[in-house]
Ligand binder design. Structure first.
Ligand SMILES: [Zn+2]
Length: 366
């Protein structure tokens, strides 16, 4: 299988030095580090202090745009870590700084999701572990950057967990993601989190409408109504998966020029469907969560203009009526638990049955 791990070779004879190294151009690196905002500046300061005081964590989770502000921050910090040309900070122009920016500095490994499966796979994490096990080229830090860390498949996540639990000396990991909510809690808990910007993912309007339809049916507070909601939700997820599978099939037909990738075959397509489906399902759960937050806002008598689902204000108002503050809060806990359990790969039917059996909804004025 083709690996998307890009491992760099030493481009010069010495780390840092003045040798006129010829650098490859491009290779996916950003051209210049853009000016920071409050989030990135504060995070860079955190990292600098950590370095100065010998208190760097072994792994950082950077929440921001993996190809934007998060990548720029990591590149900037890695230049600081490796540049020997200036005492005042990274010079930005020596061969080391340029190699860091081109992502081909030998003590640094960049990992990104494989093109076809759109996931980070176990082989890539094994390559990471091998990379960290070798002596450093420049005699200092070995660093690895994972772009789109939320795309780690479950097996890869578990392999990575071992690295996070027993970090090698002088190693530093950076996990870049815009959607930490899709990552395993066990991985998250072992990383120091730096927030550069909030998630900017947009959820399609038709998802919000379907979720509202399901919730609208949940208008009695008894066990039968709860079971009915759970099975409607399960059916909705099944249709969602089918939609993802069909979309993948269509893309494959269009995409028939790439024989190397076609050879990768069924397994890869399945992994890709799974990754896409999990993403779509997480969107659905986020929408459900937002909806129950609106209900809580309604219970608190908040201005309806701050509702997330503006198109569903009537329904939200109706659902909020007569519900106690405590119950509205508990519902949010229930949805958050459903979301967490699904991320942990527990069986959908079980999670939904149990989850919805604990949701409280009053009939309102109907
Ligand atoms: Zn430099």
């Amino acid at each position: 299988m083709k690996s998307a791990v890009k491992k760099s070779k030493p481009a010069g004879s010495a780390a840092g030095g003045n040798d006129p190294t010829v650098l490859p151009s491009g290779s996916g690196a950003s051209p210049e580090v853009p000016a920071g905002n409050a989030g990135t500046d504060a995070s860079l300061d955190d990292l600098k202090h950590g370095l100065q005081n010998g208190r760097l964590a072994h792994a950082y989770l950077l929440v921001g745009q993996p190809r934007g502000n998060a990548q720029a921050l990591v590149e900037r910090f890695l230049q600081l870590l490796y540049c020997r040309a200036s005492e005042a900070g990274p010079c930005g122009s020596c061969p080391t700084c340029r190699q860091v920016r081109a992502h081909n500095w030998p003590d640094m490994l960049w990992i990104e999701p494989q093109k076809k499966s759109r996931t980070i796979q176990k082989e890539q994490i094994l390559a990471l572990q091998q990379f960290l096990a070798h002596t450093s080229y420049g005699g200092g830090w070995k660093t690895a950057v994972l772009l789109y860390a939320e795309r780690l498949n479950p097996v890869a996540s578990n392999s990575l967990l071992k690295t996070l639990e027993e970090p090698s000396k002088n190693s530093l990991l950076f996990l870049l993601t815009e959607s930490p909510e899709f990552m395993l809690p066990t991985v998250l808990s072992r990383c120091q989190k730096l927030i550069l910007s909030e998630s900017t993912r947009k959820i399609p309007a038709e998802v919000a409408e379907s979720v509202a339809d399901i919730i609208a049916g949940h208008d009695r507070d008894d066990i039968i109504a709860r079971q009915a909601t759970a099975s409607r939700f399960l059916m909705f997820l099944k249709a969602l998966r089918k939609g993802v599978e069909e979309a993948e099939k269509r893309e494959d037909e269009v995409d028939d020029g790439d024989t190397e990738e076609l050879e990768a075959g069924k397994e890869v397509v399945e992994a890709r469907v799974e990754a896409r489906y999990r993403e779509a399902r997480a969107d659905v759960l986020t929408t459900l969560l937002q909806f129950y937050r609106d209900i809580l806002l309604g219970v608190c008598g908040a201005d309806e203009r701050c509702f997330y689902a503006q198109g569903q204000r009537d329904l939200t108002r109706r659902m909020a009526q007569g519900l106690s503050h405590g119950k509205a809060l508990r519902n949010i806990d229930v949805i958050e638990n459903i979301k967490k359990q699904l991320e942990q790969n527990l069986p959908e039917a079980l999670v939904l049955d149990y989850g919805f059996s604990r949701l409280t909804t009053l009939p309102g004025d109907r």
